[in-house]
Ligand binder design. Structure first.
Ligand SMILES: NC(=O)c1ccc[n+]([C@@H]2O[C@H](COP(=O)([O-])OP(=O)(O)OC[C@H]3O[C@@H](n4cnc5c(N)ncnc54)[C@H](O)[C@@H]3O)[C@@H](O)[C@H]2O)c1
Length: 375
């Protein structure tokens, strides 16, 4: 099996998800190049040491510049706090290593533009941004229906991600709740791309955005149990006028919430059309609901899709699909595209990340001014 030799920079939550996916490569039926994580880098010794459990990992660094000097590394997966994205991603690209960088791909628009400049200067380096939810088989079914024209004229579309971990007010504050590290976008930076990959790739072009942002909990406890300011936006509602390639004009709503009662990490994708509508939720991850018309009436039907992902797996199609399967599919898409294969739904591109930043920056301005901002 062909291999791609990876370094991981940032060995926290997502760095470990990638390590786990790289060790599950046998799960994929096709012989896609396997990511072999040769090197791990983290400033935290404890998080770096976790990678001693990964059989492939033989190089350990606390300074990412040393990892980038290692000629045995072909590609890098970066899962770092947002204020480090621009500097580290640009350094990775300029070192000639392929990059899968985590969202939001820069703290803000200028940071994203800095990364895009490095991409432009290094056309031989393959660069993508992480985004896994479109790889649920039920979402892939929605994509196929859309591309076949099954929806007809689009009436409306909605893309949402709703967390609830911040409902626990005793949870100590972390970098994701600090403006200096997480950025001015707040929840939109953290969650925005999960609501954008699908519509952007289907060609839903937002023409403008009007937003309502909410900072619901203004102080949180630090590690010592003392209240400190929590300045980031908790919840965001973005309403756009969008157009698609067929020329349909329709309302598109993006919803990013850290405080959504009763949710865990609930992703909801909904497309409503004149001929058919469909909706997906991670609360029912193996199914897609769609409408069937009976004369003038429409009825909702639930179709159990099961384990039929974009990249076939050894698991029987009757069994369930989950978050770690979506992560495996996303890395499979990255290695397949990197090896020159055509992938019907590829990873989020740097250009799409730029589009995301333009939209989120416009959403900040919209809320400040209380008006719609053109895109
Ligand atoms: N795709 C997803 O579903 C998803 C989910 C969660 C987070 N993320 C994204 O992943 C990225 C990381 O988030 P996380 O939840 O893994 O965070 P985390 O805090 O768990 O991990 C970040 C790691 O970076 C390390 N680090 C900090 N500064 C460093 C430096 N200068 N050099 C090397 N290592 C350094 C920290 O010690 C930590 O281990 C963020 O961009 C976040 O938005 C994506």
């Amino acid at each position: 099996m062909k291999q791609i030799r990876f370094g991981v920079i940032g060995c926290g939550l997502m760095g470990r998800e990638f390590a786990s996916a790289s060790m599950r490569w046998l799960h994929l039926k096709d012989a896609l190049p396997r990511p072999v994580i040769l090197a791990a880098c983290d400033t935290s010794e404890e998080n770096r040491e976790w990678f001693r459990r990964v059989p492939d990992t033989v190089f350990f660094y606390s300074d990412y510049h040393e990892l980038l000097q290692n000629p045995e590394i072909d590609a890098v997966y970066c899962a770092l706090p947002h204020n480090l994205h621009a500097r580290v991603y640009a350094d990775v690209i300029r070192a000639g290593k392929h990059l899968l960088g985590e969202k939001p791909f820069g703290l803000d628009l200028p940071a994203c533009e800095e990364i895009l400049q490095a991409v432009k200067e290094n056309p031989g380096v393959f660069v993508r941004c992480a985004s896994e939810f479109p790889y649920y088989p039920a979402v892939q079914q929605m994509i196929r229906w859309y591309r076949e024209g099954a929806f007809g004229q689009i009436i409306e579309a909605r893309f949402a991600i709703k967390h609830s971990s911040d409902m626990d007010l005793s949870k100590p504050i972390n970098w994701k709740r600090m403006r200096a590290v997480n950025g001015e976008y707040g929840c939109m930076g953290d969650l925005g791309i999960h609501t954008q990959h699908l519509p952007f790739r289907l060609g839903f072009q937002p023409q403008n955005v009007r937003s309502v942002l909410a900072n619901i909990v203004k102080t949180r406890l630090n590690a010592d149990g003392q209240p400190v300011p929590c300045e980031t936006w908790d919840n965001a509602l973005l309403l756009c006028e969008a157009k698609n390639d067929a020329g349909d004009a329709f309302p598109m709503q993006l919803e990013m919430k850290r405080m959504a009662p009763g949710c865990s990490n609930t992703v909801e994708y909904e497309i409503y059309g004149l001929n058919m509508s469909a909706r997906f939720t991670t609360d029912d991850p193996n199914a897609i609901s769609y409408t069937v018309s009976h004369g003038r009436e429409q009825g909702w039907t639930r179709l159990g899709v099961g384990q039929k992902p974009l990249f076939p797996v050894i698991t029987g199609s009757i069994f369930e699909f989950g978050f770690s399967d979506a992560i495996l599919q996303m890395f499979a898409a990255f290695t397949a595209e990197l090896s020159g294969e055509t992938v019907s739904f590829g990873c989020f591109t740097p250009q799409e990340a730029l589009q995301s930043h333009r939209m989120l920056t416009a959403a900040l301005r919209s809320y400040e001014r209380g008006e719609a901002v053109a895109l």
